[in-house]
Ligand binder design. Structure first.
Ligand code: SF4
Length: 545
């Protein structure tokens, strides 16, 4: 996939000779290479314009007028949506959420993200494209992405030196027996204080840290299963494929807290015995690639990546970045691993789980950005400290991506257990009709439920918190989400491939005023079918809207 991405850069598309050349060079059938390229939205097999413009099309972009802005750009550049202009200069189209919901509407031009689109900005971009100004010479202000951090807590407020968590993990494992004896109280029935990497693992288990990707699997159990796997070759993978519409907090963590993430991944490697790690970075965050590579290089120079980290013999660990290419389903961990291996991102059958048979069939821990950042905190401050934050079943804090109808969209971090009503008050939401928690695959709550709490035991979320005021048509919101699922279904299994398309068509029919009770019944029947017969979580949740 990385070869395909590199080959794409000069021309903006993968020509048939380029595919043939790559297939020969890597010794694979041509059809296989083409099949991989055809799976990903950003690996184009047909030529686009020299300027390839893609408007983000999340519901929040729509609320901010992205369709009118696209029409304005198309009108000014004489190009039809979804087509290439006659002179080959520009092509304009929509793409799924680009992770700029707090500063939308957003777009991507030749891989570079631009937010806060207005009519004036569209006019400026029109002139730049018409004058064929290279992207490197476009005003820098166009590409500025704000962090919009509105509330910090334990994680966003942490000010740890790079490597602090790694050193803390090693120190924890190096404790002399007498010092370690104080750890007997760590856990009832614990006879011998753990040492080495096991001590770090014990702290993660004590913290009750649960994965922040939405499913909430216990991180300590995941790491322990990987550590116990009888295979000397293990991997650590960071899922930075933040594709759920309305979610953008990993963008900020990757921008402002890259060292905390890299610390967390290294701590995990230490605990499970892995020597190699990957960051799977979503294609829409291409602009973060170079800064992350620089952060990795700095750590190599500082002895925080490479051989014998921090002077610990045998602790060898390094990290590579894998750039995704626009496939929402790759957020599912086994699909992500397939993609990492250079294949189509089709979810695997499970079991076996990645902790037993993951990347290249070796034991692999996959956690998301926020989970690794939290693990770094646990290494420094201890499992008990972390477990004391939040609620009994949801320890720690949660970083929310708040967008939609509110005065202060952005990033908010709270201890788990915060009420929806509190978040709405903090972000300046008024006359709120509904909140979509955890994106299209999540749950939509109305005003009677605003006392519910963000926590695994009540409202679990991967981070999206989209606010809709009383002026919004919630049917239209749901219809937009059904279009999203129909577009992002990977097509592997029939219930989801056909079911998401049927659902979209039924919603369009209702929107056209041609629906009947029969169509509503069909949607309910599709919900049952997709939940019971789909191969992966995308199909299971596609009818939630
Ligand atoms: Fe692909 Fe949908 Fe089937 Fe998942 S449920 S494997 S996304 S077709």
């Amino acid at each position: 996939m990385q070869i395909l991405r590199d080959a794409l850069e000069p021309e903006g598309w993968l020509s048939p000779p380029a595919i043939t050349h790559i297939a020969r060079a890597v010794g694979l059938p041509r059809a296989r290479v083409e099949g991989v390229a055809g799976f990903y939205s950003f690996l184009h097999l047909t030529p686009g314009g020299r300027y390839r413009v893609r408007f983000s099309d999340n519901i929040t972009d729509r609320m901010q007028g992205n369709h009118a802005l696209l029409a304005r750009l198309c009108r000014q550049l004489w190009v039809e949506p979804g087509k290439v202009s006659e002179d080959g200069l520009v092509s304009v189209d929509f793409t799924s959420c680009t992770g700029l919901c707090d500063q939308g509407p957003g777009m991507i031009v030749n891989g570079r993200a631009i937010g806060r689109l207005t009519g004036a900005r569209i006019d400026e971009i029109t002139v730049l494209i018409r004058d064929q100004v290279p992207l490197e010479r476009w005003p820098r202000a166009l590409f500025e992405i704000a962090d919009n951090i509105r509330r910090r807590d334990a994680l966003l407020g942490a000010d740890l030196a790079p490597g602090a968590a790694v050193r803390a993990a090693i120190a924890l494992g190096r404790r002399e027996p007498e010092a370690a004896s104080s750890a007997r109280s760590w856990r009832e029935g614990f006879e011998v204080a753990p040492q080495g990497p096991t001590a770090m693992l014990e702290q993660i288990k004590r913290s009750n840290l649960r994965g922040r990707g939405g499913a909430g699997f216990t991180t300590g159990l995941k790491w322990e299963a990987c550590r116990r796997a009888q295979d000397p070759r293990k991997y650590v993978v960071c899922n930075a494929d933040e594709g759920e519409p309305g979610t953008f907090k990993d963008r900020v963590l990757l921008t402002r807290h890259a060292d905390l993430l890299l610390d967390g991944m290294t701590v995990c490697a230490y605990a499970v015995g892995a020597h190699h790690g990957f960051i799977y970075l979503r294609g829409e965050y291409r602009h973060l690639l170079e800064p992350l590579q620089q952060a990795i290089e700095r750590r190599r120079s500082a002895g925080l990546l490479g051989r014998a980290l921090c002077g610990e013999p045998g602790f060898d660990f390094d990290i590579d970045i894998h750039l995704g290419a626009g496939a929402y389903v790759c957020g599912e961990e086994s699909a992500l691993i397939e993609s990492l291996e250079g294949k189509r991102g089709v979810p695997r059958n499970r079991p076996p789980y990645p902790v037993v048979s993951g990347y290249q069939k070796h034991p692999t821990v996959v956690n998301n950005v926020e989970t690794f950042c939290a693990a770094a905190l646990v290494a420094v401050k201890g499992g008990d400290w972390y477990a004391a934050l939040g609620t009994g079943r949801s320890s720690g804090t949660k970083v929310l991506s708040v967008s939609g109808d509110c005065a202060r969209p952005g990033i908010y971090e709270y201890p788990f257990g915060v009420a929806v009503r509190q978040v709405l008050a903090d972000c300046g939401a008024e006359r709120t009709q509904a909140v979509q928690v955890s994106g299209p695959s999540g749950i939509c709550i109305d005003a009677t439920e605003f006392d519910r709490r963000i926590a695994f035991e009540d409202l679990p979320t991967a981070g999206a918190f989209m606010v809709f005021d009383e002026s919004r048509d919630m049917f239209e919101v749901a219809r937009t989400f059904t279009h999203f699922f129909a577009h992002e279904s990977c097509g592997f299994c029939t219930p989801c491939r056909v079911g998401t398309a049927l659902q979209r068509n039924l919603m369009d029919k209702l929107a056209d005023g041609k629906g009947s009770q029969h169509d509503l019944n069909q949607i309910v029947a599709l919900d049952d079918l997709l939940k019971s017969a789909s191969h992966c979580g995308l199909g299971h949740t596609a009818c939630n809207p």
